[in-house]
Design a protein around this ligand. Structure first.
Ligand SMILES: *Cc1c(COP(=O)(O)O)cnc(C)c1O
Length: 432
């Protein structure tokens, strides 16, 4: 679906501010920055915002989209379900196609609903169906805490011991990145007892982008269900979820998808499950046939596709913010975005390497296909003081104990100049 893989020639970068300025001049997406609110210093300068992987910035037109719904609610009341400019009844449908394009899926495979961890549970209600012999869940050893708690609680919910039932795929000793040959080995040993493989598609800590298709194929060969948490992948890497063959996936919209704090999540269910009625699921009136939903008395008639996992009528104000963001993604297109992202992150990598390998080490994979925009930087002999100083210098980054800074130059609103100044500030602090 995405053609970026082999097209990208990573340029030979140059040091110096002139080069950064020239890169921004040449960047066909540079004007998108003006469509976002950039957080400011107390004196009114733009902060160097490197945490779009944690909370994406607000598009300026989001207010208009949300106000439209507030306005229609004020003037129409309940009639807004049918009469609003964007009728609320099927509002989630306005998001489906654009969201499907972002994650490389077919529209029938995608729905926006609930929040991320909730979606993981709803997906596991259907795709984690343990038996006495096959009941284990495989995750990565440094999974995001919420995902680990979710799978442990699923094991307990089904009456299994959460420790015994959990298999953790760990990086080789002394390393941070996962190696797929270790996964193969784990599956060769434990494959028969594993019911579900659930992994972060892009690791939140290292920024490593796993080979989803390879993992899904491998998991299926061993008879396991395979799902991915794509919180750090959606809007950041070419996920190609349909082609990956994964059974399900879920992601939030407040990180790279810029839809506001705690906004709703996306959910993917592969097309091959779209019409299955045998799958166990938790149902609600929004998973019922749209045509007869309001008859209220009919027996449950499940909607096909990912929509059939919805429970409730959707929160329109949050969805309006998602629509505002997805309209930008639809206009730019993921392939152009990823093209810029790779240029920007490779420039960032180039400057960091120039600081000297004795000073910093980049944990994130060096190959563009195995990462998104984030680089996780280990700063030798650093402590949290470094992060405090960076913040004081106008850089918003993320600190992970004991010595890692995560920075995500986001192609929609970060610039080559941002990256240049970030590394200059880092250099100044390290030399002081
Ligand atoms: C951000 C993130 C979450 C957060 O979950 P919520 O349910 O949205 O609070 C969960 N898992 C991963 C991998 C994340 O990156």
């Amino acid at each position: 679906m995405f053609e970026t893989e082999n097209q990208d020639t990573v340029p030979t970068h140059q040091l110096g501010l002139d080069y950064a300025i020239a890169q921004d001049k040449n960047d066909k997406l540079s004007h998108y920055r003006t469509q976002f609110h950039i957080p400011q210093t107390k004196t009114g300068a733009d902060l160097i915002y490197m945490t779009g992987n944690s909370l994406g910035l607000q598009p300026k037109h989001t207010k208009t989209y949300v106000n439209q719904e507030l306005q229609d609610w004020a003037t129409l009341g309940v009639e807004g379900h049918f009469e609003a400019k964007n009728p609320w009844l099927g509002y989630h449908e306005f998001l489906t196609e654009a969201m499907a394009n972002v994650v490389g899926a077919k529209p029938i495979e995608v729905v926006v609903m609930n929040t991320l961890t909730a979606n993981l549970h709803f997906m596991m209600a259907s795709f984690y169906q343990p038996t006495a012999k096959r009941y284990k869940i495989l995750i990565e050893s440094d999974a995001f805490p919420s995902d680990k708690y979710a799978v442990e609680s699923q094991l307990r919910h089904h009456g299994f011991d959460a420790k015994e039932g959990l298999i953790q795929w760990a990086p080789p000793k002394g390393k941070e990145l996962l190696d797929s040959s270790d996964l193969e080995q784990l599956l060769n040993i434990h494959g028969d007892s594993i019911a579900l493989i659930m992994l972060g598609g892009v690791n939140y800590y290292t920024g490593q982008y796993l080979d989803l298709k390879r993992i899904a194929t491998l998991g299926h060969k061993h008879g396991c269900m395979v799902g991915f948490d794509c919180a750090h992948g959606a809007g950041n890497v070419p996920l190609n979820l349909h082609d990956s063959g994964a059974d399900f996936a879920a992601w939030c919209t407040y990180k790279y998808l810029n839809s506001g704090p705690g906004s709703l999540a996306g959910c993917f269910v592969h097309e091959r499950h779209a019409y299955r009625k045998d799958l166990n699921r938790f149902a609600g009136w929004w998973s019922h046939n749209k045509l007869t939903r309001f008859n209220m008395r009919d027996d449950f008639d499940q909607l096909p596709g990912a929509e059939g996992w919805q429970l409730s009528n959707p929160p329109i104000l949050s969805m309006a913010a998602i629509k505002a963001s997805l309209d930008i993604f639809a206009e730019v297109g993921m392939d152009k975005l990823i093209h810029k992202s790779r240029q920007l992150t490779s420039y960032f990598e180039f400057l960091l390497k120039n600081l000297g390998e004795d000073v910093i080490r980049i944990i994130t994979p060096s190959t563009p296909e195995n990462r998104g925009c984030q680089l996780s930087i280990q700063v030798k002999q650093a402590d949290k003081n470094l992060h405090t100083k960076l913040t004081a210098a106008g850089v918003i980054s993320d600190w992970r104990e004991p010595d890692v800074i995560r920075c995500a130059p986001v192609p929609l609103y970060n610039t080559f100049e941002d990256v240049y100044h970030l590394v200059e500030k880092l250099k100044t602090i390290l030399n002081s």
